[in-house]
Design a protein. Structure first.
Length: 185
């Protein structure tokens, strides 16, 4: 009982410290200049993520990274990153797991701050798949709304950590959908 009480206090202290962190702080503390850029090889990239987001990366079951010249979403718009899922539908039930891969567009290496913001956003999506939450939402609300709930989590993360490319209007779009369709995490 005493141990768990102390753990609780330690947890609150850690949360308090992390609340004041920004992506810039995390990148700097990991030993990189957030305004520098440049391509990282596969091992260097994994080292970067392990240093910048050690807990989040572990929680996401350490996905691999694929670098692409260009990435587009379903509407053909360029995107910086994509979290790969392993999803199927059996009968009318969705089974959604992490695909264990994050795709990154080359432009996400523009600066290490941008790279960290992009990877952090995609890691949040992967953790929603790993935790089983994504699957729960898909079976409760359908795939489109499940995506909305995961995007809200990913943009909340970007806002909380002041990601360099945080886009408030995209965030608001998903928050509005969440409200309109009465979706709950
Ligand atoms: Zn997203």
């Amino acid at each position: 009982m005493i141990t768990s009480g102390l753990n609780h206090v330690a947890h609150m202290i850690v949360n308090k410290i992390q609340e004041n962190k920004t992506i810039r702080n995390l990148v700097e503390n990991a030993g990189y200049n957030p305004d520098d850029g440049g391509y990282l090889g596969e091992n260097e990239l994994v080292e970067f993520v392990n240093k910048v987001f050690p807990e989040l990366y572990a929680e996401a079951n350490r996905p691999a990274f694929e670098i692409h010249d260009n990435l587009v979403d379903s509407k053909g718009n360029s995107v910086m990153g994509k979290a790969v899922s392993d999803s199927k539908k059996i009968g009318d039930k969705y089974i959604i797991k992490s695909g264990g891969v994050i795709k990154l567009a080359k432009m996400s290496f523009y600066t290490y701050g941008v790279l960290a913001g992009t990877i952090g956003h995609e890691l949040v999506h992967i953790t929603d798949m790993v935790s089983g939450n994504y699957q729960v939402w898909a079976n409760k609300y359908g795939m489109t709304h499940a995506r909305t709930l995961s995007e809200v989590n990913a943009y909340n993360f970007e806002q909380k950590y002041s990601a360099p490319l945080y886009n408030p209007s995209e965030h608001q779009f998903y928050l509005n959908n969440m409200k309109e369709f009465n979706l709950k995490h």
